[in-house]
Design a protein around this ligand. Structure first.
Ligand code: SF4
Length: 432
């Protein structure tokens, strides 16, 4: 298997027969190409500074992580793979003993680890190694000293960004109780610089206390309970939001803080919950919006009228498509999404152009046929597809960059537009 985990979700039959149109969403099933949820470790380990991610998997999983994160240069990386050997596959009892040994050695050698995540993979799931039970057993052995939590990043269950959802939802039962204090909880990994910018805006609006999930240190988990209002910063956190609402929190629905319009609406949703006037929100946002508009102007010129297609990968396709269409003047040719979570995306879907080709799921061959017929100016896709498409003369943007780059908030609106302008400029320069 290559670093891009390729999964055959279903095969056979007439693909057209499996498509149905649900409002404006066309459903597809077939072969798909996307990273698995292990990819989330790359940004989660950077964010949660006292965590360690131990993948229980194969050499393929180890290869994926090392390629995606380039960890070889670090003396003390904060993730690793416990590689299942042939004899582990033969007997689960040995496998559990071996896992206990590896975990005990790791925790002894690395006292800085506050929370250890045991991450399930395809091989551990296929042999039915129960990492939740293993985590309970190990957590009891290290009670009071370490937190040990299991979640799945397996390609059998998760796509790309869903690894963050399974990780954060596994953290929710560990959160301390909020017994009624009105508090804002921002759910979804944000770069520290973005978190600081948004914290300052909340402070100016008079919204406090504000917590972030994941926190920078797992030892400082945010409280959750009936007083908690949740603002989702990422659209792929459906399970996490369910777990938070089951603990009494309330989701504030709206746009995602991508681009000027999205960030203004996102802050506005929090302001509404705190009964802060729209005039105050406008005053607080005026300077950052003016700055963002100035930064965006030159990219808008380059992107205006350019045609873009998204292949389903990161789950950010709809909010970023909204930004590129409404704020940069791009034409959306096709927006493919791994799955449409209507609870998380309802406000974004309302802003999609009415005749947009919006697809959910993937039938790779059919999608590539459409792409070759459309020949958009730029295609957003996974790493595994980018090089072959570039060889066919199509300009591409790796979707994984959208989760590695700080793109949320007013001050990052220009950077987000630049991510799409850059490959177009490069292609133009190569043409001369
Ligand atoms: Fe491949 Fe599965 Fe490991 Fe992901 S979890 S790298 S899809 S084997």
């Amino acid at each position: 298997m290559s670093t891009a985990a390729v999964r055959q979700m279903s095969q056979g039959g007439d693909p057209a027969a499996t498509c149905s149109v649900d409002h404006q969403v066309q459903h597809e099933s077939g072969q798909r190409q996307a990273f698995c949820g292990l990819a989330g470790i790359v940004w989660l380990h950077r964010k949660i500074q006292d965590s360690f991610f131990l993948v229980v998997g194969s050499r393929t999983c180890a290869h994926l992580l090392q390629s995606a994160a380039g960890v070889m240069i670090f003396a003390e990386p904060r993730f690793a793979t416990a590689v299942l050997q042939d004899r582990d596959l033969a007997g689960l009892a040995d496998c559990n003993d071996e896992l206990d040994r590896v975990v005990n050695e790791l925790l002894e050698r690395r006292p800085d680890i506050g929370t250890l995540f045991l991450v399930a993979s395809c091989p551990s799931e296929v042999i039915k190694l129960d990492l939740h039970k293993a985590a309970e057993r190990l957590a009891a052995a290290h009670a009071g000293k370490k937190r040990i939590i299991a979640y799945s990043g397996s390609g059998l269950d998760t796509t790309f960004t869903q690894g963050e959802d399974t990780c954060l939802s596994a953290l929710v039962p560990e959160l301390p109780a909020n017994d009624g204090e009105r508090a804002l909880l921002v759910a979804g990994t944000l770069a520290d610089v973005v978190e600081d910018q948004l914290s300052r805006l909340f402070e100016r609006l008079g919204i406090s206390p504000v917590y972030f999930l994941p926190p920078r240190r797992a030892a400082a988990l945010p409280p959750v309970g009936p007083g908690t209002k949740v603002l989702a910063a990422q659209p792929f956190l459906g399970e996490t939001i369910t777990a938070l609402t089951e603990r009494g929190a309330e989701l504030l629905s709206g746009l995602y803080p991508l681009g000027i319009e999205g960030t203004r609406a996102w802050l506005g949703a929090a302001a509404d919950a705190w009964r802060i006037s729209q005039q105050t929100v406008d005053e607080v946002c005026a300077a950052p919006i003016a700055r963002a508009e100035r930064g965006l102007a030159r990219y808008k010129e380059q992107l205006q009228g350019k045609r873009i297609s998204f292949l389903p990968d990161s789950m950010l396709e709809i909010p970023i498509g909204r930004f590129l269409q409404r704020e940069c003047g791009m034409d959306l040719v096709e927006v493919g999404v791994p799955y449409v979570d209507r609870r998380m995306l309802s406000a974004e879907l309302e802003l999609m152009p009415p005749r947009l080709r919006l697809t959910e799921g993937q039938d790779l061959d059919r999608q590539l046929d459409r792409l070759r017929a459309d020949r958009p100016d730029i295609t957003v896709c996974g790493l595994g597809l980018a090089n072959p498409l570039e060889a066919e003369g199509l300009t591409t943007k790796w979707s994984i960059e959208l989760v590695f780059t700080p793109i949320h908030g007013f001050d990052q609106a220009a950077d987000l537009a630049e991510l799409f302008a850059r490959p177009l400029n490069r292609r133009q320069r190569l043409a001369f």
